[in-house]
Design a protein around this ligand. Structure first.
Ligand code: BGC
Length: 743
């Protein structure tokens, strides 16, 4: 009797108790209060665990027997992991989240993944997408990628990459928005908005601004190499795009691998604490790059893992991706008084904040909806958006005698291993994208030009050629009216650890072009690559060039859309195409130097090469379409403006052809004299303008004083009076100019 009374009492007490939610479990309270309450209940070990991010993998099936996986599950269950990356799909994310629910405080895990240009429906690489200069399209692309990833259990993507780079040797230029700080800023902000939305539902993911900072300046374009930039360059060239993404509300920022001013970015107090947190007021959390805390040892900045954890925390860094330094050593460092609890709480609190914000405390499986994972991935709607994005990413660099678009009944010879090879179509940042689901160029052509396409390989997968392959290609061209040759490099050569000392067209492909040229038929080069290649030699043997980058799932359809004229190419390159490798870095927004080379090459003692021109083969902002546009009558609303004025700039744009067309009108400025030197041109605004045949329109821009300012070495915007030029045109080279004075 006595025994059963005790039982009854215990069970009543437990039921009542489990119904009273602890403050951190109460969704009616503010997130800040919930975070505070939870922090108050956590041990130092559990807090350090929240800063631990591990590489995931599988947690079901055979993985259950794997020792490495078992030890991760154990750590999760002990509350010693805050996040996992690379756990794919609702089944796997659910399985490991179950372990987190067995931990003392049941703090859910965050799942991160590199969703760089799509999850299952693959979009053009970010560099290509940027060539559309279509901000709405870019935002849509990111929101589709987010919807697919979130429907598959992912909370967080490691994108956008906001690194500015002038170096096509660097494989990672494919992940960014090119060489211009202004364009990269507006694009990065849109990508953040597209990924995150309002971060309320389970169809958005957190964005991660990377790699903070200046990773695009690696010496020689070599991955993981040294960076040495002055504060002048840091503020004016490298930092603006990260800042724009942070201001767009990015939840997270990733430390870069490189050093800045001799200090690794993960341990760099100036970057993390002074700039990101204090000056920019970043409220989200930081994650290291892969093992970048521990790699401070290799840099010669930390003596061991414990020292690395200390230095990272002292700089203000937070989550530790794959170093396992934080969760192992932070408790010790706190005990030794080297770090304060407040420092730890600040970092942990920010991470918990986003776990609450994403609704994971209410439902840790909120993103693990297997039905959504089936319904929302690779839909027709997403594929159509990807096709449109791919069309807009194509840049037509050359179109002599208007050989494109091809006539409807033209007989087409398509040559090139890449036109057929699906495995070369993608880079490795494609999450769950499958190359066999993608449309190759050959398939796209066959579908669009049914019966009128013949194909030959032309060169080997390693880009060399043989007499037999060349002969087959020639045979294939005999009956053709026009020849398309898909040259370039494999998609697999784009991305991390894909630095190339010679980003060029191979000798085998050049030989193929040279031979085909002798047939006297029009030749179009379709250039596949995740970066601008040196096209100078190839250019000699072809009548037209379409830079088709890495276009994703719908590549073949998009190229056929453009080649056939069903759609017009409208892209403009966001990186200069070098004339020769030795010219790299070559970029439009360079400085004038003390000895600028005259356009007439005569004379001596100028800043120039003796063997090649200074200018790139194709400049930033360049790209043709099927219509010709004329620019005239550039006029300014005033010839002097004050710091509180707005200047109105008008230019008359005419469509000189009988096709409707779309032009990306670009506005650049030059500040002629300043306390810190300014580039010869700086993009400040652009507009996409649709024009009916023979249409004439005025295009209007408003320029405010802020557009004329630049950063001093302390990161403050300064505005100095003096002479300015305004340039307007269809690329950074061919522009009309007007001058005014800022009083
Ligand atoms: C890359 C990051 C990436 C991370 C996670 C690193 O090696 O530099 O850009 O987000 O791995 O995959």
């Amino acid at each position: 009797m006595k025994f059963s009374l005790v039982l009854l009492f215990t069970s009543l007490f437990c039921t009542a108790h489990s119904q009273t939610k602890l403050p951190y479990q109460n969704e009616k309270l503010s997130i800040d209060l919930r975070v505070k309450d939870l922090l108050g209940r956590m041990t130092v070990e559990e807090k350090a665990g929240q800063l631990n991010q591990l590489n995931g993998g599988a947690f079901t099936g055979p993985a259950l027997k794997d020792e490495a996986q078992k030890s991760k599950m154990k750590l999760v269950q002990e509350g010693k992991v805050g996040s996992l990356l690379n756990v794919i799909g609702t089944k796997e994310t659910r399985a490991i989240q179950e372990y987190a629910m067995k931990s003392r405080l049941k703090i859910p895990l965050l799942f991160g993944l590199d969703v760089i240009h799509g999850y299952k429906t693959i979009f053009p690489i970010p560099l290509a997408e940027a060539c559309s200069w279509n901000l709405d399209q870019i935002e849509t692309n990111s929101s589709v990628a987010a919807k697919e990833a979130a429907s598959a259990g992912i909370h967080w993507t490691f994108a956008p990459m906001c690194d500015i780079s002038n170096d096509p040797r660097w494989g990672r230029v494919m992940e960014g928005a090119g060489e211009d700080p202004y364009l990269a800023s507006v694009i990065s902000a849109k990508r953040v908005k597209g990924f995150q939305g309002n971060l309320k539902g389970n169809e958005n993911v957190m964005a991660c601004v990377k790699h903070f900072a200046a990773y695009g300046a690696v010496e020689g374009g070599r991955e993981y190499n040294t960076v040495d930039v002055s504060r002048f360059m840091l503020w004016n060239k490298y930092l603006p795009s990260y800042k724009a993404a942070v201001e767009a509300g990015a939840a997270t920022v990733m430390n870069a691998f490189n050093v800045v001013e001799g200090v690794p970015a993960s341990g760099n107090k100036y970057l993390v604490n002074d700039v990101l947190k204090k000056k920019w007021g970043f409220k989200g959390f930081l994650v290291s790059d892969w093992s970048s805390f521990n790699e401070m040892i290799n840099h010669g900045y930390a003596k061991d893992s414990k020292d690395a954890a200390l230095k990272a925390m002292q700089a203000g860094s937070m989550m530790d991706m794959e170093s396992s330094a934080s969760y192992k050593y932070l408790p010790e460092l706190i005990k030794e008084g080297k770090l304060t609890l407040a420092q730890l709480d600040e970092a942990v609190g920010k991470i918990l904040y986003y776990k609450f914000k994403l609704g994971l405390f209410e439902d840790p499986f909120y993103f693990c909806n297997a039905r959504k994972e089936i319904q929302n991935l690779f839909t027709d709607e997403h594929r159509n958006i990807a096709r449109q994005a791919a069309v807009q990413s194509i840049v037509m660099l050359k179109n002599n005698e208007s050989i494109l678009p091809v006539k409807n009944d033209a007989k087409i010879a398509l040559i090139g291993h890449y036109a057929e090879s699906k495995e070369d179509m993608f880079d490795f940042w494609v999450a769950q994208g499958k190359t066999d689901e993608a449309v190759s160029i050959l398939e796209g052509f066959e579908q669009r030009f049914n019966g009128n396409v013949t194909y030959a390989k032309g060169y080997m997968p390693d880009n060399t050629t043989t007499e037999t392959l060349i002969n087959e290609a020639i045979q294939n061209c005999y009956n053709a009216d026009i020849i398309f040759v898909n040259i370039g490099i494999s998609g697999k050569m784009a991305g991390e650890d894909r630095a190339l000392a010679q980003p060029e067209i191979s000798q085998g492909q050049i030989e193929l072009l040279k031979t085909l040229r002798k047939l006297g038929k029009p030749i179009v080069a379709l250039v596949s690559s995740g970066r601008p290649l040196v096209l100078t030699e190839a250019d000699k043997y072809v009548d037209a060039i379409l830079q088709i980058w890495i276009l994703g799932t719908e590549a073949g359809n998009a190229v056929a859309d453009v080649v056939s004229g069903d759609q017009s190419p409208t892209g403009k390159t966001v990186m200069s195409f070098p004339y020769a490798v030795g010219q790299i870095p070559v970029y439009y927004n360079h400085f004038n130097t003390n000895r600028p080379a005259p356009s007439d090459p005569g004379g001596d003692w100028y800043s120039r090469y003796r063997d090649i021109p200074n200018d790139p083969l194709y400049p930033f902002g360049y790209g043709l379409t099927y219509t010709q546009f004329g620019y005239s009558d550039l006029r300014l609303s005033k010839s002097t403006m004050t710091k509180s004025d707005t200047l109105t700039v008008k230019v008359t744009l005419s469509n000189q052809s009988e096709r409707p067309g779309e032009e990306i009108v670009q506005l650049y400025i030059r500040d002629h004299v300043a306390s810190l030197i300014r580039p010869v041109k700086e993009l400040k605004a652009f507009q996409r303008v649709k024009m009916a045949p023979a249409d004439v329109q005025d295009v209007t821009f408003k320029i405010s004083a802020k557009d004329l300012s630049f950063y001093d070495v302390n990161g403050n915007l300064v505005l100095e009076p003096g002479k300015f030029s305004i340039f307007v045109g269809g690329n950074s080279r061919d522009v009309t100019e007007a001058v005014f004075e800022l009083k």
